[in-house]
Each structure stands twice: as structure tokens, then as C-alpha cells.
Design a protein around this ligand. Structure first.
Ligand SMILES: O=C(O)CCC(=O)C(=O)O
Length: 283
């Protein structure tokens, strides 16, 4: 097989073809890793893999995180978080409607995530896309005074924020157990983070988990965050992935936000497996 890597937009996204992620030599893996840092979203189509192969591939990027929603994990491989609207024999097969708001994965953790690897097991005939927005390109495009203003700011992130603000209002979504909500108290992260591998500065706030910017009055924080979110989701910072079964999409949570599009009905099955890689080096 001949490997190719095609850049999909100037700011983010690349598609790699001609590889089998279950059988990768180190040199091919290094090319994928390089594309992950360079393009932030990497699409690899038509991979026929088991959960074990998914976990093994993900582990090559770093230590894996176990999602706080314990009921949504694959029993034999708890590193795999199940995002699914499928119900078998009355039993939901994962968390439906997950991530239907802009966020970066697990910024509510003290050590957030480096990246995620999602495998499409079943997808709707159409709809159920995932949108990505590049937070380094968005940072670069800010004015110098705004960059200076944000430079020393810190933001508070909280898992409960996304659940109360977004998830509670999506019909057909089960409440998150209080135990899981209480297991993740608020944490703080810098508003601007240096990507440890590219050296680029990235905006590190997101509508899902960021509650507010510390030390600003609440209305000041809300105004700045609203401005940043409008800016970060401009079309030039954007890639929208339309899933096919057996797609692997690998994304960099240090330089992106993403949002799942909830435009398909319950009659359309969507079943995804996700692993989450821990960030060991965020600055
Ligand atoms: O289902 C998707 O497309 C993405 C879900 C999501 O936001 C996530 O895995 O963090």
C-alpha cells in the first residue's frame, strides 16, 4: 500500500490513505503523529478494527484517560467511551447526543487531553457530522492588544457547566448521575496555552466547559468569552467531517474545539467508539 497524506483545508485537517492502523511500522506511525501535530484533525477511512486494536493504536500517542461517565464505557475495554443512540433489548449502548456543543475534550480535568481517536461503527445515512474549529489559527488572527489582554488570564472549567447549560435541554438524553458530576470539581487553566509540540499559542476556552475568566466581573467575562467563541468558529478556522462507517478521526484537543451535530433522528443509528489521550506536557 502506498501511503498518501492530503491536506484538506489551509488551517486544519488531513486525510491519510493507504494504511492499516492495526499494522503500522514505526515510520508510518511517525508520519501520522506528524500529521496530527501539523493538521490537528487526521482522517483515516475504511479501517476494520477491533476495540483492542483501537486501544493499541491510541496508546501509541500517550497514556489513555478513563471517562468519568462510567456507565458509558465498553465493558472489556474501559478506555473506550461509547457515544451512541442505539438501544438493544431496552439497554442504551452508550451516551446519546454527546458533545452537541462546542468543547475540547476533558478540559474539566486537572490534566486535560492531548487528543481523541474516534471510530465510526455505525453512522446515519446522512447527518451526524462533527465540526472542528482551530484554536491556534483563531489565536493568530486576534489583534495584538487582545492577545496581550488574554495573555495572563486564567479560566475556570467545570464538567457540570456543559451538562446544565446544554445537555439537559437535549430531548432523549439521560441525566448525568450526581456522583459523576461531583467527581469533577472546577479546575483552572490558562486562557492561552502553548502547544507543547508545535510551539503555537492556542485559545484554551470553550463554551461547553469554561465557566468564566477569573478576576473579571461576570458580565465582563461573559462578553469576552462570547466574542472569542464567535471569533473561534469563523468559517476559515473550520473543518466539518461527514462520517462514513469504519472512519477513524484523530483530533488534537490542544489546538481544536469540536461540536457534534444533532441533526438526525432516533431512527438513524449512530454508534461511535472514542478513546482519549492524556496531555502530559501542556504549558
Ligand atoms: O459524536 C461526535 O461526533 C463527537 C462527540 C464528542 O463531542 C466527543 O467525543 O467529545
Amino acid at each position: 500500500m502506498n501511503m498518501t497524506c492530503r491536506q484538506m483545508t489551509p488551517n486544519l485537517g488531513a486525510e491519510i490513505t493507504g494504511i492499516d492502523i492495526a499494522n503500522l511500522d514505526n515510520k508510518t506511525f511517525d508520519t501520522i503523529y506528524d500529521a496530527f501535530n501539523r493538521h490537528s484533525v487526521v482522517v483515516i477511512r475504511d479501517q476494520n478494527i477491533t476495540p483492542e486494536q483501537h486501544v493499541d493504536f491510541s496508546r501509541r500517542f500517550g497514556k489513555l484517560m478513563i471517562h468519568v461517565l462510567k456507565d458509558e464505557l465498553l465493558e472489556e475495554h474501559p478506555e473506550v467511551y461509547l457515544i451512541s443512540n442505539v438501544v438493544e433489548n431496552g439497554k442504551p449502548q452508550g451516551r446519546p447526543n454527546a458533545g452537541q456543543y462546542w468543547h475540547s475534550d476533558l478540559t474539566y480535568e486537572k490534566t486535560p487531553s492531548k487528543g481523541s481517536v474516534m471510530y465510526a461503527v455505525e453512522v446515519p445515512e446522512c447527518g451526524g457530522d462533527t465540526m472542528f474549529a482551530h484554536t491556534a489559527a483563531a489565536y493568530d488572527a486576534l489583534s495584538e492588544p487582545m492577545k496581550e489582554f488574554l495573555d495572563d488570564k486564567t479560566a475556570i472549567h467545570h464538567f457540570r457547566h456543559a451538562i446544565e447549560k446544554y445537555t439537559k435541554n437535549i430531548p432523549g438524553t439521560a441525566p448525568v448521575p450526581e456522583e459523576a458530576l461531583n467527581a469533577r470539581p472546577p479546575v483552572e487553566h490558562p486562557v492561552i496555552r502553548m502547544h507543547p509540540e508545535t510551539g503555537r499559542k492556542c485559545l484554551f476556552v470553550n463554551p461547553g466547559f469554561t465557566v468564566r475568566i477569573k478576576d473579571l466581573a461576570l458580565d465582563e467575562s461573559d462578553t469576552i468569552l462570547e466574542h472569542l467563541y464567535r471569533h473561534m468558529t469563523k468559517p476559515q478556522f473550520f473543518y466539518r467531517h461527514s462520517w462514513q462507517p469504519r472512519d477513524i478521526v484523530l483530533w488534537d484537543n490542544r489546538s481544536l474545539m469540536h461540536c457534534a451535530v444533532g441533526d438526525y433522528g432516533p431512527e438513524q443509528r449512530r454508534h461511535m467508539h472514542r478513546t482519549t489521550i492524556m496531555d502530559s506536557e501542556a504549558a
